[in-house]
Design a protein around this ligand. Sequence first.
Ligand SMILES: NC(=O)c1ccc[n+]([C@@H]2O[C@H](COP(=O)([O-])OP(=O)(O)OC[C@H]3O[C@@H](n4cnc5c(N)ncnc54)[C@H](O)[C@@H]3O)[C@@H](O)[C@H]2O)c1
Length: 261
Amino acid sequence: MGLLDAKVAILTGGAFGIGRATALHLATEGAAVVIGDIKTDKATDVADEISSAGGQAIAQHCDVADERSVVELMDTAVRTFGGIDLLDHNAAWTDSLRDSDALDADLDTWDRVHQVNTKGALLLARHAIPSMISRGGGAIVNISSGSASIGEITRVAYGVSKAGVEQLTRHLANRYGRNGIRANAVAPGFILTASSAKGVPESYRTLLADQNPTGRLGAPDDIAHVVAFLLSDRAGYINGQVIHVDGGTQIAGALPGPSGP
Ligand SMILES: NC(=O)c1ccc[n+]([C@@H]2O[C@H](COP(=O)([O-])OP(=O)(O)OC[C@H]3O[C@@H](n4cnc5c(N)ncnc54)[C@H](O)[C@@H]3O)[C@@H](O)[C@H]2O)c1
């Protein structure tokens, strides 16, 4: 018996990193996973890996900032697996050079960051919730970031967009809780993925690990396991929360991660 047997999960940004690990883990827990990503080839590789291991998954091109693309993703889930029970909005984007500070951040970058990270979360919820309600309820996890609750000196668009994701999550929890839908956010600390590791020297990684109360850097599975739990009925009374999965970085006042996707 898996935690998510017979559930259908939409997962965005499953081609790489945390999303890839989460797709694999949700499938291991019994969910049929629909992976939406702009990197269709890599997302298809992940879906194939799940199918080869005996799980159920499909991948589809989806730009979460584009409403039509989001609707097509939902339609595919309903057509292929009969409905939607779970949603993990994991996809995110920023450009760490252009997303700098309040005086200099490039405004086109600001707009795109908000379209993918925050508007994407809204579009996905908007088009998944009716299907969830028709099946008696569901669960949503939006991936935020520790950046949402500190005042980083850079990545202003990214931090603001993730704070928006957290606020949207609280709205969804309160507005649709009585429809049987729970919504929570997971705020990762620095999790070692190909994208987060870019430009981060080994020495800085060692410093981050040393400063972490748990004594190590985070791994994609650290997030995947919490997402699966929050999406499952075992978390049935957790609603509207932001769960920091960072080994204790923030409570220790340690250094935040140096970059993000
Ligand atoms: N890795 C970290 O240290 C860290 C820290 C805090 C928060 N996070 C959050 O965790 C999540 C995953 O991070 P990651 O490090 O695995 O990132 P990643 O860059 O490896 O993966 C992001 C995925 O999103 C996809 N994507 C980007 N734009 C998209 C769009 N418009 N539509 C659909 N898919 C799109 C990418 O193709 C990729 O597969 C993100 O929400 C990120 O903000 C990560």
